[in-house]
Design a protein around this ligand. Structure first.
Ligand code: COA
Length: 131
């Protein structure tokens, strides 16, 4: 989780051109066990960008120790929400996204679905607490 968060943070900082903090871990799925000695690598990209927040998708792969010729295993995926902040810790604007490839368009559409669910869940919980 730390590795995925660090990778997402690097991508968020690169996209936003400055500091960005983890605001939420939306979902993390663990698909395969990782064993001591496996070589782990991470890949991440900005799926969606709002005013100051970004959804970063992370893929974690592991190359099993002792079987370097095998294809790496997809062992985990996660979606983080990062918020770009200024020197005072307040949110600051980030560049928008211009998806070009079909994969980028798909990632953006799916990130919008997750964001809509996230907001709807929060709204429903808040309403229940006010009642
Ligand atoms: C993240 C943080 C800066 C947001 O502060 P805030 O006062 O809610 O800021 P704003 O109201 O301006 O909202 C900023 C953005 O964050 C988003 N946001 C805030 N909390 C969120 C959450 N829990 N989940 C998803 N998005 C969230 C808002 O939707 C908004 O997005 P937008 O600008 O793209 O529309 C603040 O909560 C914070 O500093 N949290 C601690 C972060 C931290 O310490 N992380 C661990 C170390 S990296």
């Amino acid at each position: 989780m730390k590795l995925a968060d660090s990778t997402a943070g690097a991508v968020a900082q690169r996209h936003s051109g400055g500091p960005a903090v983890t605001a939420a871990l939306d979902e993390m799925v663990l698909l395969e066990p990782v064993h001591v000695g496996d070589i782990v690598r991470t890949f991440a990209q900005v799926n969606w960008a709002g005013r100051s927040s970004m959804e970063i998708g992370v893929r974690v792969e592991a190359q099993p120790w002792g079987s370097a010729a095998d294809e790496p295993l997809h062992v985990a995926s996660a979606y983080f929400v990062f918020v770009a902040i200024d020197a005072d810790g307040r949110s600051r604007p980030v560049p928008g996204l211009m998806p070009e490839t079909p994969t980028e368009v798909r990632r953006l559409r799916e990130a919008e679905i997750r964001r809509a669910h996230r907001l709807a869940r929060k709204e429903e919980i808040d309403r229940g607490r006010r009642a």
